[in-house]
Design a protein around this ligand. Structure first.
Ligand SMILES: [Zn+2]
Length: 150
């Protein structure tokens, strides 16, 4: 069995998130556990990847994304590949797509932002700036690197 095969040990049913930028795997795990504390994870960090140099990979047993969950995770892995597994086979495969807006998912990093004092949902507009993603707060209108989130 090749090393590559060992990295992607089969799961019967669930989701494999592949091609996560190295270092962001842990952020995704934190978010996943907030979504569902019973979720069973297999994690590979800093795996060699031809196209990216290094990558993280997460296998989630018995689990599928909702659209909202995918949008939330896309912040940390905009180009990750999602493999939906059924009966040990990849039955669907798609790229995580970058959301245009994130509503109510993250706190604003600006401590003076009104969202910390008023009962409103946070709202961010997402845009690409080179390799990084920037989020602009709807309320205080400041822009933040996605690295500040999670
Ligand atoms: Zn703000």
């Amino acid at each position: 069995m090749s090393i590559h095969k060992l990295q992607v040990e089969a799961i019967q049913q669930g989701t494999v998130i592949d091609h996560i930028p190295a270092g962001n795997g842990l952020k995704i795990i934190n978010r996943l556990q907030l979504l569902n504390s019973d979720v069973r994870l297999t994690v590979g960090l800093n795996l060699p990847s031809g196209e990216m140099g290094c990558k993280d990979l997460i296998k989630v047993d018995q689990w599928r994304f909702t659209q909202d969950e995918a949008a939330e995770l896309a912040l940390f892995a905009p180009n990750a590949t999602i493999n939906v597994i059924n009966d040990y086979k990849v039955v669907d495969k798609f790229r995580m797509s970058q959301p245009e807006e994130l509503n109510g998912l993250f706190d604003c990093p600006n401590h003076n932002c009104i969202t910390h004092n008023e009962p409103v949902d946070t709202k961010f507009y997402v845009r690409n700036s080179g390799a990084d993603m920037k989020l602009r707060c709807h309320y205080c209108e400041r822009s933040f690197s996605s690295a500040l989130f999670g």
